[in-house]
Design a protein around this ligand. Structure first.
Ligand code: KE4
Length: 444
């Protein structure tokens, strides 16, 4: 029997003794002041029902809620907490930097060290520009590709989410798909007209588009392992196919590794599969939990950026010393500890528990898993693209989400997200979570 974790039944209505306000009280106040009561839509629990819990603090792989509940967390703040929450080395780095001030608005030594780390770790990156979110990173990479090629169109893949960039919120995944509007309102049709959407893992579909539009396509942007409509694994050679097509047509290949960067390998997917994009968008882990994004790649392209070149991009807090210090500590820890073999082991533990439980139950379940990322599709066959994903039994995911939460395990509150494992899950947490998720499937 694994170590019993002190868990309390999940009850948002429960007023815990040592908390001045419950999640439901906080949510009522929030809804008066913040649209939907949240600062990012996917947090609203809209697709899984009920109201979101509020987290008061986090440590390791655990969240501690305003209702006095303790949860094993598989969202990991949507990816950044790869070392677990409130990592002592990252906290110490922030504390040390804080003594020197919070923001200078001038170049600072931290930015140089961060740039050196990224160039050292990410194979395709010769030069890099820091920004403040994944959205800024992909938005800037698209603008740079258009400025460099002097072409207007971009190609993205159905279900991929690249942040809330106007030109990329077209058949997008993550919260947009979760809430049912993958094509957001407020985007002029003239903008959307410049974005061509193709089904992932379908070479013929891309060839057909390129036959007609290649000469006017600036960039193909792709999550190399799409993880915003659940987790979709690329067919063998598909990423190499994208690379070849971009090379052949002079199109900039952008890997959006905001989620997979530093997670699936120190150098992200591009190190794992040996494919070299022209530009890479980064975020999440790179900030150690503070707001950071970055984009980088071939120096020849990056030098089109102001102040060297004609493509403008800027940010008041870009390269902020606190965020840089946190990110440097996070990246250095990955280089030192090399947690990737551990992630493969922990990921397989969870996957095997889920698959075995589903077989015992006689319930069709797909669990795509790569390293510290996994997702659940209640589907009779493997999910290879957006269409497969939206045709899976998402209501069964919701059932499992609720069971897991009631038993102290927090999965992402949407079937169109991916679960994350951190180093702090090792040991009793992964065993307990595997036990709970297997029981949840059997209880369906
Ligand atoms: P941010 O602007 O949220 O930092 O990054 C946007 C982004 C870009 N590219 C990829 C591949 C991403 O997954 C994201 C953001 N991921 C979502 C979760 N699927 C963030 C969670 C949220 O929107 O609240």
């Amino acid at each position: 029997m694994c170590g019993v974790l002190r868990l309390r039944a999940m009850d948002n209505q429960q007023q815990s003794t040592n908390h001045s306000r419950s999640s439901s009280q906080l949510f009522e106040r929030a809804k008066q002041l913040i649209p939907g009561g949240v600062n990012s839509p996917v947090r609203a629990f809209r697709s899984v029902g009920g109201s979101p819990f509020f987290t008061e603090r986090a440590s390791g792989a655990h969240l501690y809620t305003a209702d006095g509940n303790e949860l094993i967390d598989f969202v990991c703040t949507w990816g950044p907490a790869i070392h677990g929450h409130n990592d002592p080395d990252i906290a110490a780095a922030i504390g040390k930097a804080l003594k020197n001030g919070t923001s200078f608005g001038t170049p600072n030594p931290y930015e140089v060290e961060m740039a050196e780390l990224i160039v050292d770790m990410v194979p395709s990156v010769e030069k890099v520009r820091m920004c403040n979110s994944g959205t800024e990173a992909t938005m800037s990479a698209i603008r740079l590709a258009r400025g460099y090629t002097k072409r207007d169109k971009i190609i993205k893949f159905a279900g991929c989410y690249h942040g809330h960039v106007d030109s990329l919120l077209v058949k997008a995944g993550s919260g947009a798909l979760t809430l049912g509007y993958p094509d957001s309102a407020g985007i002029p049709s003239s903008f959307a007209a410049e974005t061509i959407v193709v089904e992932f893992n379908d070479p013929d579909a891309l060839r057909a588009v390129l036959n007609e539009h290649a000469a006017n396509v600036a960039a193909i942007i792709v999550e190399p392992f799409p993880a915003n409509c659940g987790l979709i694994l690329p067919d063998a050679h598909y990423l190499a196919f994208l690379r070849d097509q971009c090379t052949q047509h002079g199109i900039v290949l952008i890997f959006d590794e905001v989620m997979t960067g530093f997670r699936l390998a120190a150098g992200g997917v591009q190190e794992r599969v040996g494919i070299t994009p022209d530009l890479t968008a980064l975020g999440k882990i790179i900030g150690g939990g503070l707001p950071v994004g970055a984009f980088g790649g071939k120096a020849e392209i990056m030098d089109y950026l102001a102040p060297l070149g004609p493509v403008y991009q800027a940010g008041t807090l870009s390269g902020n010393p606190l965020a840089m210090a946190a990110g440097i500590a996070a990246l250095k820890k990955l280089k030192t500890n090399n947690p990737y073999p551990l992630f493969e082991k922990l990921g397989m533990t969870i996957r095997n528990a889920l698959i075995n439980a589903a077989i015992e139950k006689g319930m069709p379940l797909q669990v795509p898993q790569v390293g510290s990322m996994f997702a659940l599709f209640f589907s009779e066959s493997p999910v290879r693209n957006y269409t497969d994903a939206i045709n899976s039994h998402t209501e069964r995911f919701t059932q499992l989400f609720r069971y897991a939460l009631d038993h102290g395990v927090y999965l992402p509150p949407s079937a169109y997200e991916t679960c994350f494992i951190c180093t702090a899950h090792d040991g009793s947490d992964i065993e307990r979570a595997a036990e709970v998720l297997a029981a949840g499937i059997k209880a369906m």
